[in-house]
Ligand binder design. Structure first.
Ligand code: ADP
Ligand code: MG
Length: 558
């Protein structure tokens, strides 16, 4: 019983109330604004030089690579227009030793090698001759061939972008630490290794995964309205959104197209409130931060993303194991264990190793809703190295894991909601049934339904009764990507619940917000940005030269 009570007490520490949500939104908006006006602010609000989002008509064959935090993906994307594409991809886990390599070269040579392997495997027939011809020339500019691949490089770490394919690394996050790379142009680092392998590939665009997600969602999402925001909830968390140029008042160095009046801004919201003015805090959060490679930095991310949720759970479980009054993973005798055994934790348990627990256990805990928690207990056994975990053990894990994940999703709602409000995307409410109670009043009543899943359905039903339907052009579209939001059961529902709690959004606004997974976001998005970059390329480029040479030959013939 003591364990049960203690788990409940800890879970309560992770409660993030509606009031908390609103105070965080206010601060988030303030920090967003500050980042648009000045350099060196908590939220970097990095201009990306991407000034338009696609509409689904774009076409062409592109390469894309994605250095996430856990995996490296290589893909080729054939954009077919009409919002359709064909994607071939391969994925490898990034070797841990390369994340903390002595030199940048070690990591980037590995990346270039994966591109070579991918081309050999998937595009050999078509490109073999071109690869051979490229072998004789050292730079892609010197290599004149229509069939050179333009590559979009998704690099999901903070960079100071100075052009569409130029950007210097500001700092590493997500456990990477290669000091030598800081300040270097990551596109040049990759191009150099590609050139050493003589591949027919040009690094055409530097893409943050959030921007890629935004572009991909905008290309594939139904309806006329472009996507507002691309958000990642994977190893890390971050978002990029479409901002009015007039609001980006800090100096920008690069060239860009001013005609759209907009630019995509990469918020780097992982570092929201590093000063800890409003973010929730527990002793477990504090310990995680203290033992991390970057204490005091990425404080929002450390409460939200996949890299950290498993670690928070691990820290809590270890503190319970140390407690003399609580018995976790250890029964006094077999009578107190419904599997008639005594539970025991192995000395080699990953619980005793920092970062030893993957966040997917939180999803496993959420998924098992049976009385016996049999499946979860098997996971606990396998993942934590615990022999015969008891029902009470599993219940405690489930309670705590749920609280950690729910707080994460409600914090995610803070970021999404703040951006919707700051960009003023919610049109004023039109009441279609004037009467004693306005539609918005009815909907605000609806907002008071607190149960996560039921609320949305009930809200929709009541809103429909009130005659309020959302028009296509009122929809605010948000694309999301990352294993946490894709696989944690109910993550999106808790985000939606959080959105309804936000003043200025409420149930009325929440109905207008559409959140969809950006399928293959990083690949398709990077391809789209490579396409934009290729279009922007100066006529002195190889393609232009080739065409002019061909035209000249025609002239001479005539
Ligand atoms: P990346 O960030 O490299 O692009 P992902 O989007 O796949 O990669 O995110 C990987 C992160 O998601 C890891 O931190 C992992 O712990 C977490 N994760 C993977 N599967 C799940 C799951 N089922 N539930 C919750 N978190 C998960
Ligand atoms: Mg990713």
């Amino acid at each position: 019983m003591a364990l049960h009570a203690e788990a409940q007490r800890i879970a309560a520490e992770f409660e993030f109330t509606d009031t908390d949500v609103n105070s965080n939104v206010a601060e988030f908006i303030a920090q967003m604004k500050e980042g648009l006006e000045k350099n060196a602010t908590t939220m970097s609000q990095i201009p990306t030089y991407v000034t338009a989002v696609p509409n689904g008509t774009e076409k062409g064959l592109y390469l894309a690579v994605d250095l996430g935090g856990t995996n490296f993906r290589v893909c080729s994307i054939d954009l077919k227009g009409e919002s359709k594409f064909k994607l071939i991809s391969s994925k490898v886990a990034i070797p841990k030793e390369l994340m903390v390599a002595k030199t940048a070269k070690e990591l980037f040579a590995f990346l270039a090698k994966q591109i070579e392997l991918f081309l050999q495997e998937h595009h050999n027939d078509h490109f073999e001759t071109h690869i051979r011809r490229r072998q004789t020339v050292s730079t892609p500019e010197g290599y004149r061939d229509e069939h050179i691949f333009n590559l979009g490089f998704t690099f999901s770490f903070p960079v100071h972008q100075i052009g569409i394919n130029r950007g210097t690394l500001i700092r590493w996050t997500k456990g990477f630490d290669i000091p030598e790379a800081i300040g270097q142009d990551v596109c040049a680092l990759l191009q150099k290794e590609i050139d050493l392998l003589r591949l027919p590939v040009k690094v055409a665009a530097l893409v943050n995964d959030t921007v890629g997600t935004l572009m991909a969602r905008s290309y594939t999402s139904p309806g006329k309205t472009g996507t507002l925001l691309g958000a990642i909830f994977g190893t890390g968390t971050n978002g990029a959104y479409v901002e009015k140029l007039s609001k980006i008042t800090k100096p920008m160095e690069g060239d860009y197209d001013k005609t759209t009046g907009e630019m995509v801004v990469n918020t780097e919201w992982g570092s929201f409130d590093n000063g800890m003015k409003v973010l929730p805090n527990t002793i477990y959060d504090e310990q995680l931060d203290k033992d991390s490679v970057n204490p005091g930095i990425q404080m929002f991310e450390k409460r939200v993303s996949g890299m950290f949720l498993g670690e928070i759970l691990r820290i809590i479980l270890v503190s319970l194991l140390k407690s003399p009054t609580i018995s976790l993973f250890g029964d006094d005798d077999s009578a107190s264990n419904d599997w008639h055994s005594t539970s025991e934790i192995k000395k080699s348990s990953p619980l005793f190793t920092q970062w030893g627990v993957d966040s997917s256990i939180l999803s496993d805990a959420e998924l098992d809703n049976t009385e016996e928690l049999g499946v979860l207990r098997q996971h606990i056994s396998r993942v934590f190295g615990v022999i015969s975990p008891s029902l009470e053990d599993a219940q405690a894990v489930k309670t705590i894991a749920h609280a950690i994940a729910k707080r994460s999703a409600r914090l995610a709602a803070v970021a999404l909601g703040a951006i919707v409000l700051e960009t003023d995307r919610l049109a004023p409410v039109v009441s279609s049934h004037p009467g004693p109670k306005s539609t918005s009043d009815i909907l605000d009543d609806v907002a008071k339904f607190k149960i996560a899943d039921a609320a949305s359905a009930t809200a929709n039903k009541l809103a429909d009764t009130a005659g309020l339907t959302v028009n296509d052009d009122e929809i605010v579209d948000i694309g999301v990507d990352g294993s946490l939001v894709e696989h944690y059961p109910g993550f999106k529902d808790y985000i939606r619940e959080g959105l309804r709690a936000i003043e200025g959004i409420g149930a009325t606004g929440e109905r207008k917000i559409r959140i969809g997974i950006a399928q293959d976001g990083s690949g398709v998005g990077a391809a789209l940005i490579a396409l934009v970059a290729a279009k922007m390329a100066k006529p002195t480029d190889y393609l232009g030269d080739l065409r002019r040479a061909a035209a000249l030959a025609e002239d001479i013939k005539a």
